[in-house]
Design a protein around this ligand. Structure first.
Ligand SMILES: O=C(O)Cc1cc(O)ccc1O
Ligand SMILES: [Fe+2]
Length: 455
């Protein structure tokens, strides 16, 4: 409930944004700051420097090509050399192998991780849970979580490894980026594409959330197929910052570069948020999950969760995602003579789940807001015993609305390796398997005879 209230508060005071998913946009904090007719004039308006940021190779096909031009007070190269950050971070992984992670097919679940008392910002609060592949080879993903309580000070993070999709669960994030500012509340998500410098303020103090990082590709809206031209996440609900800049000296400003899962720092004496105008189709954005327009069954059976895909990061294989971001939003359940909760299943894709607020329809107990679960490739899972028994008892056939809930799934075709600190975490629920152990046989041979007689 608190999360929803936060959301209302923030949208009331929210910033003004540009809109449209993947659109070619432009924004000027000072009128006339964008060059007209060309990208790189000999002299830019107001004496600004022109700088391009490429999110795809120069030669990527036009429909996949992402780049933006920024017009800034000083170019971002104006800094001292990068050096390994001290103390090193040590809990970020971008190339998963047996030196930094392990495998297990078992069902994993974690309680919400406590938010530390000691001052911790977004960078220090971030830790990898699991992932697969390699940022070096530009194919793979990492799932991180963060628990933190204070704003980043006099520093910005730049992720050379991949795009961050941030899902705040507790506490708002005020994110300053080179393109401008994003205010993100629990119930909203933000995407910080590879390479953008950004700084995270935590106006509410104690904060927690989830981060999916993808290497080598970007998020897209899913195709809608027979659904038609509308539905699910609408392009116009994706909000992009308007140009915002700060000028003047900032002695000792630190750029923290995440590169191959390691952190490097470089000093400069000015703010990286010195972009007076920009244009292009490569920019950070946010999306309010309550804007999602769910489609689902209107007669029988439980739809596959892909019906609730908000964003997908593709692989080269059609229909096979490097990472899908799927939500389980409030919606009407109307299916007749149907087991309405998620079905029991084994999936060739791997499923990491989190809960932003409320409860989750497949778990009566134990899966809490801020907690997480991981069901890897072909690991069986489904509703817990209580959910199954209650559903059978109710024999629900009347329309019923599930409310006050927002669970989500990061689903990937790559089999995740799990970081040891996650596997051995004190927040791990070692009794998770117990939630299914009580499922008893309801098999009755006599029923089969009755059913056969009816056919
Ligand atoms: O495992 C889960 O809870 C996620 C999920 C939800 C659903 O409605 C159908 C399939 C599925 O994997
Ligand atoms: Fe599942």
């Amino acid at each position: 409930m608190a999360a929803q209230n936060d959301q209302l508060d923030s949208s009331f005071n929210d910033l003004d944004y540009l809109s449209g998913f993947g659109n070619s946009l432009e924004s000027e904090a000072i009128a006339g700051a964008l060059p007209r007719g060309q990208n790189s004039p000999l002299l830019c308006p107001y004496g600004l420097y022109a700088e391009q940021i490429s999110g795809t190779s120069f030669t990527a096909p036009r429909k996949l090509n992402h780049r933006s031009w920024m017009y800034r007070i000083k170019p971002s190269v104006t800094h001292e050399p990068f050096a390994p950050r001290s103390p090193s971070h040590g809990k970020l992984v971008s190339e998963f192998n047996d030196s930094n992670s392990v495998t297990t097919p078992t069902q994993l679940r974690w309680r919400p991780v406590d938010i530390p008392d000691r001052p911790t910002d977004f960078i220090d609060g971030l830790f990898t849970v699991c992932g697969a592949g390699s940022s070096f080879l530009r194919h793979g993903y990492a799932i991180h979580m963060y628990t933190a309580n204070k704003s980043m000070e006099n520093c910005a993070l730049c992720n050379a490894d991949g795009d961050f999709l941030i899902v705040p669960q507790k506490g708002r994030l005020w994110i300053t980026t080179e393109c401008g500012k994003l205010h993100v509340s629990p119930g909203e998500i933000a995407v910080l594409p590879q390479g953008f410098r950004f700084s995270v303020e935590m106006p509410d103090g104690p904060s927690r959330g989830y981060v999916a990082e993808i290497f080598g590709t970007h998020f897209q809206l899913p195709d809608l197929g027979p659904i038609g031209a509308n539905g699910l996440a609408a392009s116009r609900d994706f909000l992009v910052p308007k140009a915002w800049f700060e000028d003047g000296m900032r002695p000792g400003y630190t750029i923290v570069q995440k590169y191959g899962g390691e952190l490097f720092t470089a000093k400069q004496d000015f703010s990286p948020f010195n972009v007076v105008a920009w244009h292009g189709n490569y920019a950070p954005y946010k999306y309010d999950l309550s804007k999602f327009c769910p489609y689902n069954t209107v007669l029988v059976d439980h739809s596959d969760p892909s019906i609730n895909t908000v964003l997908t990061a593709p692989t080269d294989k059609p229909g096979v995602a490097l990472l899908d971001f799927v939500i389980f939003p409030p919606r009407w359940l109307v299916a007749e003579h149907t087991f309405r909760p998620p079905y029991y299943h084994r999936n060739c894709m791997s499923e990491f789940m989190g809960l932003i607020y409320g409860g989750y329809e497949a778990k009566a107990d134990g899966f809490l807001p801020g907690g997480a679960s991981l069901h890897s490739c072909m690991t069986p899972h489904g509703p817990d015993t209580k959910t199954y028994e209650v559903c059978l008892l109710l024999k629900a056939s009347k329309p019923h609305k599930i409310t006050n809930t927002m669970a989500f799934m990061f689903e990937s075709c790559l089999m995740p390796r799990i970081c040891l600190w996650a596997l051995n975490s004190p927040f791990r629920d070692h009794d998770y398997y117990q939630c299914w152990i009580g499922l008893k046989s309801h098999f009755k041979l006599e029923d089969a005879a009755v059913q056969n007689a009816q056919i």
